[in-house]
Design a protein around this ligand. Structure first.
Ligand code: DC
Length: 221
């Protein structure tokens, strides 16, 4: 079974993806990591984030191991990493270079320890539209910008990352705009995606709602 979960930043995709992966014993691919890895490598190499060819070169050389190594850098999950990822992800050459790596995972999904899984949960912006258009179940998760900023702000503070709620909200609105208006695979729901608005839901309610939707689909099939 392949499940895709797309939507804007901090809408509740990651929490839902991890919970569904655990519930259905599926592997998990957080596809934002591939763009964060390329963006962060550009920052570390002091390259210009508007240089598409330089970003494409890094994307072509990216391996799973390198991505995991970069994920341990303190800026991988910070505003710096998020903004850099959003910028490089707007380049169609970068997206093309990273597509196969993401699609191959659905052919041979594996858990974090390398053991094979019977399917995967993908989380990202275009996993239901471009990466896995034939996925069995697709979700498009949304929440108001204020709710999302509040969630992300709390995550940053918990991780010891210094910022303000205002800065997080501004950063989020800027990223939303870029991710939705870009020409290459803009953020939008797949035609067959189920829309899940988590603005007034806590994590448990969101997970319960998604499981209910999946069970209804499975029982109908
Ligand atoms: O989900 P995230 O915050 O880690 O994603 C970081 C950036 O990567 C996001 O601003 C847009 C980009 N991204 C994308 O374009 N396509 C994906 N499937 C996942 C992420």
């Amino acid at each position: 079974m392949i499940i895709t979960i797309d939507g804007p930043a901090a809408a509740g995709k990651g929490t839902l993806a991890a919970a569904l992966a655990k519930h259905y014993k599926l592997a998990y691919f957080d596809t934002g990591m591939v763009y964060r890895a390329v963006g962060l490598q550009m920052v570390l190499d002091k390259l210009n984030l508007s240089d598409e060819n330089a970003a494409e070169k890094i994307a072509k050389q990216l391996t799973f191991e390198k991505m995991m190594e970069l994920s341990r850098h303190p800026d991988f999950r910070s505003d710096i990493g998020g903004q850099a990822a959003s910028k490089v992800s707007a380049f169609s050459k970068v997206r093309a270079a990273l597509l196969k790596m993401q699609q191959n995972f659905s052919l041979n999904p594996v858990f974090a320890d390398g053991t094979p899984a019977n399917g995967a949960v993908y989380d990202g912006r275009d996993t239901g539209t471009v990466v896995c258009p034939d996925a069995d179940i697709k979700f498009f998760v949304i929440a108001s910008a204020e709710v999302r900023a509040e969630r992300r702000y709390k995550e940053f503070i918990a991780k010891g990352i210094k910022t303000t709620l205002k800065k997080v909200l501004e950063d989020m609105l800027e990223r939303d705009k870029r991710d939705s208006e870009r020409a290459a695979a803009p953020l939008k729901p797949a035609k067959d995606a189920v829309l899940l608005d988590t603005s007034n839901m806590n994590a448990e309610q969101e997970i319960a709602e998604a499981v209910k939707i999946i069970e209804t689909k499975i029982n109908k099939a």
